[in-house]
Design a binder for this molecule. Structure first.
Ligand SMILES: Nc1ncnc2c1ncn2[C@@H]1O[C@H](COP(=O)(O)OP(=O)(O)OP(=O)(O)O)[C@@H](O)[C@H]1O
Length: 252
């Protein structure tokens, strides 16, 4: 079995008085794709945001328990959140490129982290765009505004932007829900390719997507982790009735 890259231990989260996550214990295996599934409002995105402390930005959030990255709790006082988010990157549901050139979007993170040399930046931009399967489509117009790209291209650009700082873990929150079927397939192929180098956690509403791309699946219901296992087992032989009901479309 693969090494555990991240792990949550008795993770609880409250928005004000309302508890949204209950005692979540979940391993995330290195260089594997873990899919988080479950009906709307069950806490998938909340859980995902705990993995790089994006919930810190929301007022009145209380978190208890641990989130370990290579065995170290990312909520410890000595953790530099900035450095953490470099190691654990995020791609959002709606493509959100910055209103600047394609090149500057990808170079943004590396520049913030102190890389100024033009040749080095050129190399990173080309590398990240190639990894994100976008290079061939944009290599002659790197200085065009990123907002002029199609939705699917914008999402691949956001993936290039996320990987340009060489994260170890990539969090993806419904990365294809705003895309057409062809762009969706491209992103799914890309995820499988990226999982050779990165650990990926993806929230998805799309059962076919979870079964097509992921190695492990976690099923959430009302803030609780109901079942976790290898994707094939979860889909073919779920151990819990709730999981069976959900994946066979009886609710959710
Ligand atoms: N910023 C917030 N403030 C207060 N409550 C929130 C906030 N974000 C989420 N919640 C609540 O926490 C619960 C879990 O929401 P979350 O968005 O994590 O679920 P989800 O499974 O990702 O849903 P969806 O699939 O619809 O995106 C819901 O009851 C939601 O209303």
């Amino acid at each position: 079995m693969a090494k555990i890259k991240m792990e949550t231990k008795n993770l609880n989260l409250w928005y004000g008085e309302k508890q949204a996550l209950f005692d979540i214990n979940l391993p995330i295996y290195e260089k594997k794709i873990t899919a988080l599934i479950g009906p709307s409002g069950c806490g998938k995105s909340t859980f995902l945001r705990c993995l790089n402390r994006l919930n810190d930005l929301i007022p009145n959030v209380k978190i208890e328990g641990e989130v370990l990255l290579d065995g170290k709790n990312i909520y410890d006082k000595d953790v530099d959140v900035y450095e953490l988010r470099k190691r654990v990157g995020m791609v959002f549901q709606k493509p959100n490129p910055f209103a600047m050139s394609i090149y500057d979007n990808v170079a943004f993170g590396p520049r913030i982290h102190g890389i100024k040399d033009k040749k080095e930046l050129d190399k990173i931009v080309e590398w990240a765009l190639k990894k994100a399967a976008l290079w061939d489509e944009v290599k002659d117009e790197l200085h065009k505004n990123a907002l002029s790209l199609s939705g699917g291209q914008q999402q691949r650009l956001c993936i290039a932007r996320a990987i340009a700082v060489k994260p170890e873990v990539l969090l993806m929150d419904e990365p294809t829900s705003a895309l057409d079927p062809i762009s969706t397939l491209k992103i799914e192929e890309l995820m499988v390719e990226l999982a050779k180098d990165y650990t990926i956690v993806v929230v998805t509403h799309n059962m076919q997507q979870a079964s097509r791309v992921s190695d492990y699946t976690a099923f959430f219901l009302m803030g609780k982790l109901i079942e976790f296992g290898e994707t094939e087992q979860i889909f073919l032989n779920p151990q819990k009735k709730e999981t069976d009901d959900y994946i066979s479309g009886r609710f959710g």
